[in-house]
Design a protein around this ligand. Sequence first.
Ligand SMILES: C[S@@+](CC[C@H](N)C(=O)[O-])C[C@H]1O[C@@H](n2cnc3c(N)ncnc32)[C@H](O)[C@@H]1O
Length: 610
Amino acid sequence: DGDGECRLWLGPSHLGTDNDPEFGIFAGVDFAPDEIIPDIEVAIPLVDWTEQFNRDTALKNMIVEFVESQVWTGDFAGAKWEGDQNTIVAIPGIGNLANYHSGYHNVDWLQSAALLRKPLDLFESGVAHPARGAITPYHNLTMKATEHIPAGMELFANFGETWDNNQTMEDSFQDKLTRWDYQHADQILDAIIAFMDQYDKDLTPDLQENILDFMLEKILGTAVGKRAKVIRSLIPDNPKKLKAVKEAGGTFLYRNNDLVKSQKWLKKHAMCMDNLKVGPSTIPEAGRGAFTTRKIAKGDVVVPSPMVHIANEELFNMYEIIEKEDAKTGDVTLDIDKSNFLQQQLLINYCFGHRESNILLLPIGSYVSMINHAPAGKANAYITWSRHKHVTNDHGLHDLSIEQLAERNKVGIVMVVQALRDIEVGEEIFIDYGKEWEAAWKEHMAQWNKDYEQDKTWQLTADDMKMQYKEKPFEADLTDGINPYPPSVATTCFLRTEDLPDGRPRRNPDGLEIFLYAEDLSHDEITGADMYVCDVISRTDKLTDGDLYNYTVLAKISDDDIVQVENVPHGSITFVDQPYQGDIHNTGGFRHYISLRDGDFPQAWRNIRE
Ligand SMILES: C[S@@+](CC[C@H](N)C(=O)[O-])C[C@H]1O[C@@H](n2cnc3c(N)ncnc32)[C@H](O)[C@@H]1O
């Protein structure tokens, strides 16, 4: 019947309350440290997001801030050069639904999976294809367990130090203890257990108790560190309990053991989010698609999907960005030229909407954004409001106006994809995107076939270059500064550096500082923040262990800081599309939202009814 037990559940988070629910993801099975969480998502860019509109009304500002609270910076997907300014990415599924807890996290991005991803094998290199620019190229966004996660535990993601520092202690999400307190307490706990184990035979229970007391009271209790008292409170003073704490998964889980839910609780309060996986669609023009991992009976839920409400579709319009000089001060700021419309953001293709409204709903259930269209009669599922008792809406939302909805800065809309007939394991799921979408796609195909009838060549992309240079050495001959690659792409390097050994010159003949590639940086540790545009200037001519070649590069750290880095391995160099050169910037790319069924679309949201 498919993949066995459900591995991920969507349910009411611990961070919500009965009156004010939040949703979160729960583990349905145990995950070992470093195990991949089986919700591997796409990232959909919002290009030059901050520059593309004026926050000229309070309402717009609210909508924008809400959207910003639901996305990641482009770095996480390797999308930071998509535009010239600030590109953010929506990452549905786990990227959106895993919550933040100040005391603890148990999942984190495996950024290298996305940053060093293999190209999608959907398009022939250099050839026009109607899905080019219609779907996101950023895929393989992967999270892994950072520690053992027991079945029934909620997933909490590492949102990074910046986010941690921005949280105030009054925030209702806050534990009074920070995750560093728990980490320190765990380290101390481990040290005490190791000591007790080592002298186990020589210690009577009394002596054990005295030693523990001495350690906690006299050493830790009088330690001057600000948090010593707090940490002390996390470690039991009874030697017999030390191991129980460790077995519970450490001081955090021991103290918060009500966080681990039973299978019975999950089945009652949560919905399985793990019935789908992603693969190439059976429709060749559609890109990727969503396929079942289990049998689904007619009328059952395929996957639940909370929806992020984006209360003004106009925010997805993109215009030419221009520089504006203040006549008095001479200061230059950026503005948009509204007379020069470029196209809509790609994210619209992943949103639900309705012809009589300018609200958009972005689905964030696992792989819901991978579900393709089939006309009525061929579709095997449909999307509608959730009727689940716990994973559901405040149905009062249907009566709110769009302005009132815009004031809600929490995800409160929950829909479900439901089976129209019995569905076998491995079938592709299709929903009917509606008449408007179908007409728009037909028109797109007709125009596309006309445009590319004579000449089907398509400019080479970063993905094409990645395929070409997977095993072939990067060009190292930059004589006369000639770029050996197509002008639409650039080489980038993942870099963390260390100083050169003593005795070696610290500057090159052009006066640029020289560093060494940090030897211990393994591919798994690479992050988007380590990614710099770089030019390869020379390479070793032999294979070096494990990696193909080593290179010397010039890396652009900032506009006026270029450094030379030596010993950069082949696998740490990749390609990106130059700003505005990727497929999604082709103005002939398809753009249309998916329609909700007429009967499902609340009357109160129809603000542009004719
Ligand atoms: C919500 S996304 C679905 C996931 C998408 N296939 C991908 O690979 O990212 C919607 C987009 O998928 C493509 N699509 C979906 N159904 C299609 C169909 N029946 N024929 C052609 N393209 C389709 C269109 O580009 C559409 O804008």
